[in-house]
Structures are given as C-alpha cells and as structure tokens.
Design a protein around this ligand. Sequence first.
Ligand code: ATP
Ligand code: MG
Length: 580
Amino acid sequence: MNNTNDTETTYLNFIHQIIEDDLKNNKNDSKVHTRFPPEPNGYLHIGHAKSICLNFETAKKYKGKCNLRFDDTNPTKEEDEYVQSIIKDVKWLGYDWEDRLFFASDYFDKLYEHAVELIKKGHAYVCDLNADEIRETRGTTKMAGKNSPYRERSIKENLDLFARMKNGDFPNGTRTLRAKIDMANPNLNFRDPVIYRILHSEHHRTGNKWCIYPMYDWAHGLEDSIEGITHSLCTLEFEDHRPLYDWYLNNLNNVHKPQQIEFARLNLNFTVMSKRKLLELVESNLVNGWDDPRMPTISGMRRRGFPADAIREFVDKIGVAKRENMVDIALLEFCVREKLNKVAERRMAVLNPLKVVIENYPEGKTEMLEAINNPEDKGAGTRQIPFSRELYIEQADFMENPPKKFFRLSPGTEVRLRYAYFIKCNEVIKNDDGEIIELRCTYDPETKGGHAPDGRRVKATMHWVSCENAEKATVRQYDRLFKVENPLADSEKDYKEFINEHSLDILTNCYLEPDLKKFKPGEYIQFERLGYFIADPDSSEDNLIFNRTMTLRDNWEKILKQQEREKNIARKKAKRKKNR
Ligand code: ATP
Ligand code: MG
C-alpha cells in the first residue's frame, strides 16, 4: 500500500483492478475518465482530499483524464465563495483539470429534456403529494409503500403539468416529478423517487431561470454520462443508489453509461468531518473561519503548515478499500513531520524568554557565528547568526533546583549554546515576587562553535537568540481541536462539548533570530527543539506571526519505533532458534 516501487507494481487497489480488467476487455475504448464532483456548500476537508487524490491519481496512472465538476444542483446552500475556495484547494493539492472545469447547472436544460423523455416513455409522473405525504406512503424495509393517487396520470397531463412546474405556476413543495418504478421494491430508492422539486430560489449561476431543481440521483448519473465519465468513484453511502443510477441511464436513449464504484470514506479520529458540522463551528465562532489551522479543512491544514505532498502521501498510505474504518490522525501528523524534516530549514526562536547576561563577554560586542540551515539537506547551506552579551533562552531550559535527570541549565552546570559556546550559570536574579527574571552566566571563549578543546562534554545543547538583534513575534500554538478520539460517539452529548479549550495558545512575547524576518507566509520552518512552524498569511515584516504546525515528535513515531524494535527482537529470537 505504500509507495515503494516493488509494491506499486504488484499491489493494485480494488478500483484499479476493475479498471485494468476493463482495459483488457477494451471497455470504453480503453479510456479512463474520472471526476471529482464537490457540492459547493462548504470548504473541502481532508476526507475530500482522499477522493481528489483517488480520482486524479487514477486518471494519471491510466493516462486518462479527470474533471473538476461542481455539483451545484441545490441553490439554497451554495455560494461562489465555496466554488473559489474549492478551485484553490484542488490546485494547491497539485492537480490540474486542464480545460475541464464543469458545473452541473450548465446541464440543467439537458436534464430537463431527459426528464421529458422519461415522461414520454411513461416512466415518470407529476405527483401532487407533499414531502410529508411522500415520506408516509413510502413504506419501510419491512413494508411495501403505497402507490401515489397521481401515479396513473396520462402522459399528456404529465407533460403539461411538468412544463407548468418549470414555468413557475406552482408554489414550493406543491408538486414533484417522480420516476414510476416500484413502490414495493425492497430497495427504497426504487419507490418512485423524486426527480424534480419546485424551489423558487435564486441559483449562484443560473439566477432566477429555474424554479425546479433536479434531485441528486437523477442529476449525478446524467452529469457523469454527459461528461463521458468511465468510472464514477464515490463513497459507500451511494452503494444502494447504484441500481437507481443505472436504472435512469438504462431508460434513456443514446446516453453513455458510466460505471459507479464505491469506496470507504475517510474517517479520522479527534476530528469531525461533515461540512454541516464544520459550518456550525465556523458560524458559532468556535474557530476563526474555515481556514482556522485547527480545522480539518484543506485550507486550514495549508495555513497550519501541512505540505500538500504530505497530504498526498497520507492518502496513499491509507489506501482504498470497501470497508469503513477509523484512521489515526497521528499517521497524518507522521507524514507531515517526515516531509517537513526534509524541507524545513532550521532557525532559532525563543517562545518563552528568559534573559541571560554573559558577564565575561564584552559589552557592545557582536560576533557572527555559523549555523547549519538543514542537516537533512546539505544544499540548504549555512548562515551567520549574531551572538552578544545579552541573550534569551527558553524559560523551560532553566531550573534553580533541578531534579536528578534535568540536564539543562541550572546553577553550576555547564551547557552548550547551539553553534556558540559553553556557558555556566553563576547567579539567579528574581523580582519582588520571587520570579526568576535574569540569569548571570559566564562563557568559555575556548569553546567557540560548541566544542571544548580539552574534550570535556556537556549533557545539553540549547537554543538561544541575541537580545539586541532579535525580532519580536507572535506565535500561535495549535493543538487538536477535540479532546476525545471520537467526538460523535456519545449520542447523548453534542460534539461541541468535546472541543479542546486549550487548542489555541497565543504567545506574544517571542524572540526570533533576525534571519526569520525574511520568511514569507507559506514558507516552512523548524524552530530548533520546538517544532515545525509556518509564517501566517497575516504575517508581515512589521508584525511577524508564526503558526506552530506541530511539535517535533509524537506517539506515532514512538509506536513505529517500538514495533520496529519488537520485530527485531522477534527476528533475532527466530535466528537464534534456527542456529540452535
Ligand atoms: P460531507 O459528508 O463532509 O458533508 P459530502 O459528501 O456531502 O461531504 P461532496 O461535496 O458531496 O461532500 O463530496 C464530493 C466528493 O467527495 C464526493 O464524491 C464524496 O463521496 C467525496 N467525499 C466526501 N467526504 C469524503 C470522505 N470523508 N472520504 C472520502 N471521500 C469523501
Ligand atoms: Mg454530498
């Protein structure tokens, strides 16, 4: 399931297996054409990324095409803002639909004509029951439904009423167009499903041209058909709709018939993913908009500092299957760290500053020291960082009365300042409340670059910045938005009760090495020892704002390493047994 070459050639997911069989049989003239069909009623989330990657990567793998199509058949919830955000997000993920950006609303005339065709064939009728009555007469899985009293209307009357529905002669909800199939069918989707409803509502693209709008099942298959889609990939909840998808196309003349294939949607722990719930979080100001870095939206993840290729790698790792499961968000975080470790340059930043004065360092002197930009990438080179008498270190790196295993700075111990010198703390200065406000230290001029000529060692290397040259910044630290693995597990409780009230921590008194001023919004960076960060879109040279993408290590890495260790032990045991 991963990306190594040998598995790629041997392992095919079930969808690609179907496609390869189709290609062998020369089905669809051996063409592959997929589509990603979002409804523009919200921003895209990580679940959509799975569908986007699957559709575009499948097209790429088989030298086919993938369309971006807005499924904009519901005028009341859709907005142009969503359309624009979706276009931006799919592009950012690295995919190109070339000239194939489509809108379902562009097919409204064709969908209408096909509905007329169904009526003429006696396969559809205008029904005067309202929504409640339709529901009540639908029956249940154990009980057949009842035929509508309007079911036997003549074709002529149906054509006339349907035209008048279209012309706006009737109020909302008073009539529908329904397929005439089978009110006793065990598949409830076959019980005379509604094809069109009356809705006097303005549409973001067609304006007031239409006051009837097509239902999903009717529209979706036809949209696929019109675009010549060969494999229509969708999530499992549409499995029961597939027979209807096929029925509609089979009852129309001269239409292309795509094949619908369902796969399991992505579920992530510590996350809610339905657009309705995400909209609720936005509207109730529990987050700061759709692109809040805590949101599982693509735009939120981008702002949080997740690289697009880490998201693609994650989708590749989870694979495609028919069975629903819950994916550990730590796997996504792992992919992000792996990627950032390679590409993010290292810099020093102090988020909770404690002042250090090096008493034996000359006042007014500044010297430049060489620092490595990225040990994982030699090509990233080095830079010069200023060192001077007054520095900031991290508050957490000092303890006046340290416990046994605390190796960082404390009175009398020696530590290394990264790329600089060894220092020792001689005196602790406190304010009237007894809080530590400054440390008086000395440095060893012989240890420049962080190594002692006499070979003596220190147990800690700490980051620091020079006070005089530091840039002040705001740093936003983000944590998971929910406190529990499954915020939807308890049906008695609202998922919003599980929001992590500590998921955003804003630090306004941070100091950065001067080079960080150059970083533009969107550039990835590692603050040494602290984690991965990214300059926020609102950041500017006069108002530096960095977002913490994540800390450097996590449990997932520990788990993987532990598994590796266990495997090694098992391997050694097996070997020993064999040798005995
Ligand atoms: P939501 O359920 O989050 O509101 P949706 O399914 O209504 O999303 P659409 O805009 O209709 O959102 O989805 C576009 C495409 O993305 C569909 O093909 C849908 O199957 C797919 N998709 C949506 N959510 C997921 C998910 N969690 N995992 C995989 N694919 C998904
Ligand atoms: Mg949907």
